[in-house]
Design a protein around this ligand. Structure first.
Ligand code: GAP
Length: 437
């Protein structure tokens, strides 16, 4: 884990939040490479869960919502973890995460009786200081989906089954944020609420279960590191009748990666009661009115980023040196190819390399094609290996015609093997395009 955290900082993936001022627990910032990786992970999710389907629609709801949303959903009364405080050192812990919930794991002092601690962050909306102005930072993106269910039905008139997808921030005042970006206070989620006839929930549950496994495979997560855990009835969230946790073998142990829940009609019924607005669906074929049931695949973006990075991390010996590299799938890699002149002080090489980069960008619009002429070529390759760039394109003296048979060709270096092939720029572009499809 330390090596991965260090690489994330060194190469601009993830930085501690507010580091300049000593940090803020449970927050991290994504840097230049992290932003690209995260966007690619989200894009792949959109392909699997929304864009590749005819029955899915998107929303991007406000983070701040009327607090009645969270009263109806049960979060104001029930979104709480058991808090214990050490009577000697004052440290705070989640009682359900301690082996011995009576003794402090730090100083062995006596721990207080567990007290339920609500994890929602509250703030004030507007200039008023009274209680009526209290609003919450949403603890799950799902709330914004349920609150827009009727808007989507009225605007689009979708037939059941259909779903609404959203990517966005959620906030939880975790008692013990830990394990890098695994347990955060500010996190991102990719969630689907899929609305079905009550009798159709099991088939929909199975369908999303398969989609989640297909997404895990597309992310490059090793199949043997992803496990399903059927959540025990006494551990289900207040809204769920069945939940499967998708767990992943992180470097610090097997932990929850994603969840798949059968939320029944809990949320829509609660919002119908809470708002007084009818949220029943009219089946035009049977003329029946009912509250749809919901299947929810809920995926944390940050836990996905961490699983992808942990799976991709490698060290090996190449060319007599130890190197670190990330075996990211080309679709996820922040940078797809780096173009470089062999020497930066040879103007003919630099001009030819600039030409090659422009040609690659024209052939592959919107693709991240980087430029690097800093340090020797070995160092440049190592830097790209560390961020998982699948291809490096180098312009050398043979490109200029030193060996006439190689004139106007470039070397295309492959990240995982270090092997190089001699190709025209057009052929190199085709290799990169093929890897991205
Ligand atoms: N809408 C359902 C829901 O929010 P959850 O199991 O509480 O269910 C769903 O959270 C997913 O969000 C988790 O499987 C995990 O990927 C991610 N997640 C939850 N809490 C998190 C935290 N404190 N830090 C990072 N990710 C978190």
């Amino acid at each position: 884990m330390e090596k991965l955290v260090s690489l994330c900082k060194r190469r601009g993936f993830i930085f501690p939040g507010s580091e300049l001022y000593g940090g803020l627990a449970g927050t991290y910032d994504y840097g230049p490479m992290g932003v690209l990786l995260k966007e690619n992970i989200e894009q792949l999710w959109l392909e699997h869960f929304r864009n590749g389907r005819d029955d899915m629609y998107g929303v991007d709801a406000a983070i701040l919502m009327n607090p009645k949303v969270w009263e109806a959903s049960g979060h104001v009364s029930g979104f709480a973890d058991p808090l214990v405080i050490c009577e000697t050192c004052g440290r705070r812990f989640r009682a359900d995460q301690l082996e011995d919930p009576t003794a402090c794991p730090e100083c062995r002092g006596k721990l207080s009786e567990p007290k339920l601690f609500n994890m929602m962050f509250a703030t004030k909306a507007g200039a008023s200081e009274d209680d009526s102005a209290t609003v919450y930072l949403r603890p799950e993106t799902a709330g914004g989906i349920f609150a827009n269910y009727k808007n989507v039905v009225d605007a689009i008139h979708p037939k059941l089954p259909f779903g609404i997808a959203q990517i966005g921030k959620a906030f939880r005042n975790e008692i013990a944020p830990r394990d890098f970006i695994f347990r955060l206070r500010e996190l991102s989620q990719m969630e689907v609420e899929y609305f079905v006839k009550p009798s159709a929930w099991e088939a929909a549950f199975e369908m999303w279960r398969e989609t989640m496994h297909a997404y895990a495979a597309a992310l490059g997560l090793p199949q043997e590191s992803v496990h399903e855990l059927e959540v025990r009835a006494d551990e289900l969230a207040h809204y769920s009748k069945r939940t499967i946790d998708f767990e992943f073998d992180y470097p610090f142990g097997r932990r929850e990666l994603w969840g798949l829940a059968y939320r029944t009609d809990f949320d829509l019924s609660a919002h119908q009661t809470g708002s007084g607005v009818a949220l029943e669906y009219l089946d035009e074929e049977t003329n029946e009115k009912f509250i749809p049931h919901v299947i929810e695949p809920s995926l944390g973006v940050d836990r996905t980023v961490l699983a992808v990075l942990a799976s991709a991390y490698r060290e090996d010996e190449l060319g007599g040196e130890t190197r670190t590299y990330l075996v990211l799938s080309p679709k996820l890699a922040p940078v797809k190819a780096m173009v470089s002149p062999l020497l930066k002080n040879k103007s003919e090489l630099v001009a030819k390399a600039r030409e090659a980069r422009a040609a690659l960008r024209a052939a592959l619009p919107g693709t991240q094609i980087a430029w690097d002429d800093n340090g020797n070529i070995g160092k440049r390759y190592r830097r790209q290996d560390e961020i998982g760039t699948p291809f490096c394109v180098t312009i050398d003296f043979d490109t200029l015609g030193e060996k006439p048979e190689f004139k106007d060709t470039v070397t295309l270096r492959h990240r995982d093997t270090g092997e190089q092939e001699r190709l025209t720029v057009a052929e190199a572009a085709e290799r990169i395009r093929a890897a991205l499809t």
